[in-house]
Design a binder for this molecule. Sequence first.
Ligand code: NAG
Ligand code: NAG
Ligand code: NAG
Ligand code: NAG
Ligand code: NAG
Ligand code: NAG
Ligand code: NAG
Ligand code: NAG
Ligand code: NAG
Ligand code: NAG
Ligand code: NAG
Ligand code: NAG
Length: 411
Amino acid sequence: MFTILTALLLLVAIASAYEKVCRVTPLGGGQDDGPNINSVFAECASEATIVLDGYYSVNTLLLTEGLSHVDILLSGTVQYTPDIAYWSPNSLYLTFQNATTFWFLSGDDIHLYGGGTIDGNGQVWYDTFNITGDSATAGASTRSFARPIPLTVGNASNVVVENITQWQSPNWASSFVYQSTNITYRNIYIDSFSYSSAPAKNTDGWDIYRSSQVTITDSTINNGDDCVSLKPNATEIIVTNLWCNGSHGISIGSLGQYAGETDIVANVFVKNITMRYAENGARIKVFGGSPDANSTAGGGTGYVRNVTFEDFYVYVVDDPVVIDQCYETDASVCAEYPSQLSISDIHYSNVTGTSSGDEGTVVVDLECSQECEDITASGIDITSPKGPATYVCQNIASENELGFNCTAPAS
Ligand SMILES: *[C@@H]1O[C@H](CO)[C@@H](O)[C@H](O)[C@H]1NC(C)=O
Ligand SMILES: *[C@@H]1O[C@H](CO)[C@@H](O)[C@H](O)[C@H]1NC(C)=O
Ligand SMILES: *[C@@H]1O[C@H](CO)[C@@H](O)[C@H](O)[C@H]1NC(C)=O
Ligand SMILES: *[C@@H]1O[C@H](CO)[C@@H](O)[C@H](O)[C@H]1NC(C)=O
Ligand SMILES: *[C@@H]1O[C@H](CO)[C@@H](O)[C@H](O)[C@H]1NC(C)=O
Ligand SMILES: *[C@@H]1O[C@H](CO)[C@@H](O)[C@H](O)[C@H]1NC(C)=O
Ligand SMILES: *[C@@H]1O[C@H](CO)[C@@H](O)[C@H](O)[C@H]1NC(C)=O
Ligand SMILES: *[C@@H]1O[C@H](CO)[C@@H](O)[C@H](O)[C@H]1NC(C)=O
Ligand SMILES: *[C@@H]1O[C@H](CO)[C@@H](O)[C@H](O)[C@H]1NC(C)=O
Ligand SMILES: *[C@@H]1O[C@H](CO)[C@@H](O)[C@H](O)[C@H]1NC(C)=O
Ligand SMILES: *[C@@H]1O[C@H](CO)[C@@H](O)[C@H](O)[C@H]1NC(C)=O
Ligand SMILES: *[C@@H]1O[C@H](CO)[C@@H](O)[C@H](O)[C@H]1NC(C)=O
């Protein structure tokens, strides 16, 4: 009776969306469901609801492109196999940072929802990376050990992803927003933790690249790298109501790494973020300049402009508020070759809580290598366990609009 009722309710709910309903039947027994998923997406690529309500073991790249007006009801689990030998060469190569992905979801007007799970099965990747390290990573350069991203919404427009859990991403980003417009995530639960002594490295929540009009809201993230990361050309971004734990903060950057490249991050609004046990709270990281015309370690141009960070609650955070415009660059290089990527129109309000004390008494650290303009702060009330809070500033044109007294960086 219960099953019949549930089935009826399900049909009613689905019928309200599109008439065409396509369910992917799980094969079971650990067989690869990837080919069936791909063919159902191809058959039902337009005006349809695709139902993923079972347990799917996936050992084939999910390339679901050209979708138009599609609902994806994921109430089951999509779990990628930890088959490093298969995935490293066969996951989809995305060029940016040599990233690869298990699932490239592409098209217009897509709604992915349903309370289900995307399981990256990251443990084997964490344990292997812990032993082989960067030597085997090489991103996709050798493809002998490329750690794929579980879900990439790429070349897409008008997409909503909601009510989804993401377990154990093998690499940076549980979710990658790639060359897309008008993408919303809400009610997402991300947990990338390691059960072994190997850390869950580079496990960002979201990365946003060459995309605009992206909203991330009402979500809980437990991970080991950026909670949200805005990469080159992320514009018109709204990030609100997140609970982030164990992360590296809400990060803009890193930007300006490649000479000859222009990176832009603009029109960003971040509000109501709880940040616990994190390296950073609100962070902007930009490489310094470089004398080398072909540099891959700084020297890029562009700007970070019009960014608001509002209502941050920090608890045991190393750097609650930080701008580093000499990121991964020697101070001596920045002194001679300041960053070519400008930072302006950045506003912090109501950042409260406690730092970890990892940076001593410093709770705010705003260090620009070329002058940063129109940086304002109000309502900064952060305590340090190491003593009365201090605030470090360098090359901030608007020091009198910070609401605290700056000290120079220790040299
Ligand atoms: C998502 O979950 C919320 C809270 O459980 C629920 O109110 C909402 O209807 C769900 N949305 C969808 C599209 O399933
Ligand atoms: C990407 O791979 C190329 C070689 O194909 C390598 O030179 C480069 O350093 C890699 N980039 C990253 C970010 O890993
Ligand atoms: C995404 O779009 C770009 C630019 O149109 C294209 O070159 C690329 O092949 C597309 N990627 C995929 C995986 O379809
Ligand atoms: C963004 O996408 C959502 C979901 O498809 C849609 O309802 C909304 O109208 C779109 N917004 C714009 C500005 O196109
Ligand atoms: C991870 O690496 C550390 C340092 O090399 C080592 O002590 C630890 O045993 C490794 N853990 C696993 C699960 O391989
Ligand atoms: C702020 O975000 C938290 C999640 O961290 C959420 O529970 C709370 O409702 C949000 N507050 C407002 C006013 O939206
Ligand atoms: C939060 O992160 C800390 C540090 O990584 C971890 O020890 C703790 O278990 C996490 N808390 C939750 C509720 O996951
Ligand atoms: C970012 O956008 C600017 C302006 O459209 C463009 O010149 C630049 O090449 C883009 N950079 C990247 C990394 O896509
Ligand atoms: C600044 O960014 C906010 C948030 O995206 C946006 O609403 C506002 O229009 C932007 N201001 C300008 C001058 O572009
Ligand atoms: C930079 O790249 C150009 C074109 O690839 C090459 O001609 C030039 O020799 C390179 N310069 C350096 C300093 O490597
Ligand atoms: C910051 O907090 C103060 C005091 O609670 C409040 O009056 C003000 O409106 C808040 N500012 C913003 C931008 O939320
Ligand atoms: C900054 O320093 C001046 C001079 O020592 C002092 O009068 C002022 O109260 C300080 N302001 C703050 C916000 O601590």
